[in-house]
Write a protein that binds this ligand. Structure first.
Ligand SMILES: [Zn+2]
Ligand SMILES: [Zn+2]
Length: 336
C-alpha cells in the first residue's frame, strides 16, 4: 500500500491500520517481482516471433502486423475509449461505425461490454468494485502485489469482465442503433480480423494457402496478442509504475513505454484527472498519436466539439499537487 493510499484511507471512516503492519510504500524487491510477473507474458511473444523470423516471414507479413496493430488499435483508443466511453468529441454515423468495427477487430469484446467495464473502472477506480484494479481485494506483501497485478492484467477477464453490461453504465449505448448493429455482427468482425491478413497473404503469395496462413499468424494472431497485452498493461502497469502529474483519488500513473505502445493511452494519470479530454498527452513532450488523429479528423470536418482542458485548467490541477492533503480533495470527473 502506498503512502498516498494510507493518507486517503486514514482520512475517512475506514478502520485505521495497525501501524506495525503498514509500509510507507511497496518495497523494491516487491516492485521488481511484480514487474517481472507482468512483463513476462508479453515479452514471451518476442521469442515466438524470433523463432519465426527468417524462417516463416515475408515483408508483407510484417507490414500487415504493423498496419493492423495501428489501425485496429486506434479503433480502441480513439473509438472505444475516447469516443464511446468518454464522448470526447462528436462525429458522423459512418465514422462512428468505422471506429466501432476497428475496435471490435482487436478481440477485446463488443463495444457495449468494453465501455461499460471501463466506465465502471472510472467510477470506482482502485476502490472495491473496480473491475481491474491491482490494489483491491488482494493480500499485502509481494505475493499480494503480484496477485494484484495479475488480476489487473488478465485475471479480471475471468472474474469481473462484462458484469455491468446493459445495466448501469451503458444505457446510452443500447439506445444507439449504430452501436447495436455493430455489436450484433461482432462475430463477423472477429472473422474479418483473421480473414483479411489471410486473404492478403494468399493473394500476394501466388495463391499459396501456406503463405496465407503465415500472414494470418503475423497479421492476425501475433498482432492481436501484442495489442491485448499492451492494452491490459494500461490497467496493470499504469496503476502502479510511472509518474503522477495530477492529483487523483486513485493510483493512476503516466508511463512512457505503455503510452508509445497504445497510442497515448499510457498517459493514464492525465486521463484520470481529465477523463473527458480527447488528448491524454497533456504535458510537454507527451506524444499521443490518438490525439493527433482526432485533431486531423477535426481539421477535415469529420469530428467536432473536441474536448481538451485549457492551460488554466491544467495549471490549477497541477498546482494542487503541492497542497497538503491533496488526496482528500474530491475528484474532478468531467467524463463518464
Ligand atoms: Zn485507470
Ligand atoms: Zn477512460
Amino acid at each position: 500500500m502506498t503512502q498516498e493510499r494510507m493518507v486517503r484511507a486514514m482520512s475517512t471512516d475506514e478502520t485505521p491500520f495497525g501501524v506495525a503492519t503498514v509500509r510507507a510504500r511497496t518495497s523494491w524487491p516487491s516492485r521488481i517481482v511484480t514487474f517481472a510477473a507482468v512483463a513476462g507474458p508479453p515479452l514471451a511473444l518476442l521469442p515466438i516471433m524470433g523463432l519465426l523470423w527468417g524462417v516463416a516471414v515475408r515483408p508483407v507479413d510484417v507490414a500487415l502486423l504493423v498496419l493492423m496493430y495501428v489501425v485496429c488499435g486506434l479503433g480502441i483508443s480513439v473509438g472505444f475509449h475516447r469516443y464511446f466511453t468518454h464522448r470526447s468529441f462528436e462525429t458522423r454515423p459512418w465514422l462512428k461505425a468505422t471506429l466501432a468495427i476497428l475496435g471490435s477487430m482487436t478481440l477485446q469484446g463488443p463495444v457495449t461490454q468494453w465501455v461499460t467495464d471501463h466506465r465502471k473502472h472510472h467510477a470506482l477506480s482502485d476502490q472495491p468494485g473496480d473491475p481491474h484494479s491491482p490494489h483491491t481485494d488482494h493480500h499485502d506483501g509481494w505475493i499480494g502485489s503480484v496477485l494484484g497485478m495479475w488480476h489487473a492484467h488478465v485475471g479480471w477477464l475471468f472474474r469481473t469482465k462484462g458484469m455491468e453490461r446493459g445495466d448501469h453504465y451503458g444505457r446510452d449505448l443500447y439506445a444507439d442503433s449504430v452501436v447495436r448493429a455493430v455489436d450484433r455482427l461482432y462475430l463477423l468482425w472477429l472473422a474479418l480480423t483473421f480473414a483479411i491478413p489471410f486473404a492478403i497473404g494468399y493473394a500476394t503469395g501466388g495463391g499459396s494457402v501456406a503463405l496465407g496462413l503465415q500472414a494470418l499468424i503475423w497479421g492476425g494472431v501475433l498482432r492481436v496478442f501484442l495489442f491485448q497485452h499492451t492494452t491490459w498493461a494500461v490497467n496493470s502497469v499504469c496503476h502502479r509504475f510511472g509518474s503522477r502529474a495530477f492529483p487523483t483519488r486513485d493510483e493512476s500513473r503516466n508511463n512512457l513505454a505503455i503510452a508509445l505502445m497504445t497510442f497515448g493511452e499510457g498517459w493514464h494519470n492525465n486521463h484520470h484527472a481529465f477523463p473527458a479530454s480527447a488528448r491524454h498527452g497533456l504535458l510537454r513532450g507527451q506524444f499521443d498519436l490518438s490525439a493527433h488523429l482526432i485533431r486531423l479528423l477535426e481539421r477535415c470536418g469529420l469530428v467536432w466539439d473536441v474536448k481538451v482542458p485549457d492551460a488554466a485548467a491544467l495549471s490549477r490541477r497541477a498546482r494542487s499537487l503541492a497542497a497538503p492533503n491533496v488526496e482528500l480533495e474530491p475528484p474532478t470527473r468531467t467524463g463518464a
